[in-house]
Every structure is written in C-alpha cells, then in structure tokens.
Design a protein around this ligand. Structure first.
Ligand SMILES: O=C(O)C1=C[C@@H](OP(=O)(O)O)[C@@H](O)[C@H](O)C1
Ligand SMILES: C=C(OP(=O)(O)O)C(=O)O
Length: 447
C-alpha cells in the first residue's frame, strides 16, 4: 500500500442494536452511466440518459466528453436548467454528439472507467488530448491499453511507465483491426477497446492473452450496451473463439436509456439487513442485468437471510445469524470490501478468492481491508489471491479509507454492529455515491 492515511475528518459510524427496516432508493449505476455516456457521445444522433448517476466518476466522464466537444445538457421536467451545467438538479442528460476535438484536457480523478474508456475515444479526436488524474491514477494499470492503441494506429506520448499522465495525439481516425491484450489486471482494458471500436476504420478484434480475466459481467455489460445501440459484436458467448471479441465498424444509434440502480452501491444497505437481522428493500432492482451486484442475492443469502424480488423491488431479510463463506469473487471483485466487512462479523471463517487484481484498485484493497479490520481487533490475512477472515470480537477505533469509496462503506457496515467506529474521510464515497452518509442515517430512521 503506497498511500498513508491522511484525511483528518472522522465520521462516527452510526451504530444500532436494532433490526433495520427501510426502503432505500439507490442512484444509477456508475458502470452503466459511464458506458452510456461514451456510446451516446459516439452516436450518429442525440440521445437521452435518464436517472444517470451523478457522482465524481460520472461527472468526470461527462466533463471529459464535453472538453472534446460533445454536448451534454442537464434537463429538468418543469423547466430547463438555465446554464446547462451538470449541477445535479436535473432528471436526465441529453447527449449531443459532435466531431471530437483536441486540444483538450481530461481529469480522470481515480476513475478506472474514465482512464481506460477515454484514451480510445481521444484517438478519434482531431488534436491532442492530455490525460491526468489523482496520484493513485498514476499507479493503476494502463500500459496494455496504451500498447493496444499504438498497435491499432494511435500516437501516444507517455513517460514510458505505461501509465498516466499521457497525451493521445488524435488524428481524427484510427485504423483498428486485430490486437492482443493481457487484461488480467482489469476487464476495463477489453471494455475500453470495444466501446470505441465501431468508429475504428476496421473495427476491432480483441484477443485476451492473460491467464485470468476478472469482472466478466462488466465485459458482458459492454457487449450488451454496444448491441443496444446497433453495434455488431461477436463474442465467445455468441459462438466465437474463447477470449476473442470482434466489433464491426458502423454507425451507432442515439438511444433513450434509463439507468438501473447501482447494485454494488446497494450492497451496504443489504448488508445492514443481513447483520442486524432486519429488512431492506431496494426499489427498481432489475429482473435481468449484467451488473455484478446482482450476485449479492446469492452471496448474502448464503451468508444468512433470504431475498425476494417483487414489484416493490428486492427485499433482503436477515435471519439474525451471519455465516462465513468460501467464495470466488473474480467476476464480482468490486463487491469484496463489503463482503469482507460482513465476513468479519460472521459466526465462522471466510475465504475470499480470485481477487488478486484488487491490489491495483482505488487502493490496494486486500492490504487496506486487512490492516483496517485487524486494527479493530479482527483476524484477517492476505492470501495470494484474496483474504482469509476469521471473525473476532471487534472494538471501536478509526477505520482509514485510503481514498476508496468501498473502504468507507465497508467501515460503515462494521460500525453498524461495533460501537465507536470512526470512518476517516467518508466524503470519499462521492466517487460513486455522494449521499452515502445521509442515506445511511436515513436508513436507520426507517426512511
Ligand atoms: O467496467 C467497469 O465498469 C468496471 C469493471 C471492474 O473493473 P476491474 O475489471 O478492473 O476490476 C470493476 O471493478 C469496476 O468497478 C467497474
Ligand atoms: C474498482 C472500482 O472502480 P474503478 O471504476 O475506478 O475501477 C470500484 O468502483 O470498485
């Protein structure tokens, strides 16, 4: 772990001895919103994005596309926004595609989706696009995307480390064609190349050469969303070769898309029902989805409790006991911090497998979870590809978050069951869920 705990603000995590009983409306999916923005920006006609997530990661994506010339306007139902700024008051974004222009500057923050999905878009711009971001963005893997784009015809200046900061010198078009890529450290490498590929002269054929490929549902999300805007995509699931995806060149439709709630952001609220033996309903839980958070129905049921999907949404009911679990989370890695928090409160040991790549997420999540749960009296050890968690009686203390939104929500889960837990820099949840503290206290008030 390279970062040290720095932020002074400490948030007393709400604690309760009672079963929670609440309905929690969760804002839109980060992953869907940021894909939809890219695809709408590349479409041949304007489109709508309804109930988009407004959070740091998605506002950075919107700002970056705007910097390259795309129109993104906030609309409200009764009157239109005076300035067109994305101030969060509107209900939908209207995306008006335009020729992509440089020079432009893109701040990726610490958003994996922005730092991976946009360099291929920038390669289509007619001038240089400079990418920079938070200190952690310099450490997150990007070299495979840079190399792949060079193979496909792009000119990119970086400092030779295969990471940010960098400049993509867009020339208005990209050849495209076949490319090999090792995406074992992030599925976002594959998604990035596929999303822009309808605009490459020859489309793309992406061949993953690595030993493992994490977060497969997120690649399926990319493929589904591409097809929904008219792209032709051949995949291993549609009878193609294993680990090979092909996208044909072609125009994309402007669509009217309503974004599903972010099921990974629903996780802490479902966890609250599980660990307090309570009940939480998440409205608008989709019947079918590619979001990895849907796996929580199975995982949290195996850890105790039950769930029911009705017209009201997904209701999860805790049984009053929490069991440990032995599970491969390779497909659903972003759920690991929340599952680790619940596992620390369980009645038996857990082993979380298949998530070595989490060492390169917002922070080294395996090290951060181990250090912070153990600082509260826990017994967590890192394995080669995950965590072994032996539940212990935990005590209060400061839970550091390392600029990682999911560390903050993991700490809040523990604080619900353990008195006097202080979350350092809970504001880091703004990456994907700016209202988290209010939503969390609202849940305890039964809202
Ligand atoms: O494509 C996406 O929207 C995402 C893919 C996953 O990344 P990795 O494959 O790097 O884990 C996931 O963890 C991240 O939160 C979002
Ligand atoms: C890994 C995550 O984010 P990013 O999109 O920045 O990779 C996450 O949200 O858990």
């Amino acid at each position: 772990m390279t970062e040290s705990p720095v932020h002074p603000a400490l948030w007393p995590a709400p604690h309760t001895g009672e079963a929670v009983d609440a309905t929690v409306t969760v804002p839109g999916s980060k992953s869907v919103t940021n894909r939809a923005l890219v695809l709408a920006a590349l479409a041949a006609e304007p489109g709508w994005l309804r109930r988009p997530l407004r959070s740091r990661d998605t506002l950075l994506m919107a700002d970056a596309l705007r910097a390259m010339g795309v129109g993104i306007e906030e609309t409200v139902s009764s009157s239109s926004s005076a300035t067109g700024e994305l101030d969060g008051s509107g209900e939908a974004w209207r995306v008006i595609p335009a020729g992509l222009h440089g020079p432009a500057t893109v701040d990726v923050g610490n958003a994996g989706t922005v730092m991976r999905f946009l360099p291929p878009v920038a390669a289509l711009a007619d001038g240089p696009v400079r990418f920079d971001g938070d200190p952690r963005s310099y450490e997150r893997p990007l070299g495979a995307v840079i190399d792949a784009l060079r193979t496909l015809g792009a000119r990119i200046d970086d400092d030779g480390r295969g990471a940010l900061p960098l400049t993509v010198h867009g020339s208005g078009a990209l050849d495209g064609g076949p490319v090999e890529i090792d995406a074992s450290s992030s599925s976002q490498f594959v998604s990035a190349l596929l999303l822009s590929a309808p605009h490459f002269n020859q489309g793309v054929e992406v061949r993953h050469t690595g030993a493992v490929l994490p977060s497969m549902p997120h690649i399926l999300m990319t493929v589904d969303m591409l097809r929904a805007v008219g792209a032709q995509v051949d995949t291993p699931e549609s009878g193609g070769e294993p680990n090979v995806w092909r996208v044909s060149p072609g125009a994309l439709l402007g669509r009217d898309l309503t974004v599903e709630p972010d099921l990974s952001n629903a996780q802490p609220f479902l966890a609250a029902a599980l660990i307090t033996g309570g009940r939480v309903t998440i409205p608008d839980w989709p019947e079918r989805t590619t979001q990895p958070g849907d796996a929580l129905r199975e995982i949290f049921t195996a850890m105790g409790g039950s769930c029911e999907l009705t017209e009201q949404g997904l209701t999860f009911t805790g049984s009053g006991t929490v069991h440990g679990i032995d599970v491969d989370l390779g497909d659903v890695g972003e759920l690991t911090p929340g599952i680790a928090a619940v596992a620390a409160l369980a009645d038996s040991e857990s082993v979380l497998r298949g998530v070595a790549h989490l060492r390169l997420h917002e922070t080294d999540r395996l090290a951060a979870l181990t250090r912070e749960i153990n600082a509260l009296g826990g017994d967590v050890t890192e394995t080669e590809d995950g965590l072994r968690i032996r539940p212990r009686r935990l005590h209060g203390g400061t839970f550091h978050t390392y600029h990682d939104h999911r560390m903050a929500t993991a700490g809040a889960i523990i604080g619900l069951a353990v008195k006097d837990v202080l979350i350092e820099n809970v504001a880091t949840t703004a990456k994907t869920l700016p209202d988290f503290p209010q939503m969390w206290t609202g849940m305890l008030d039964g809202n």
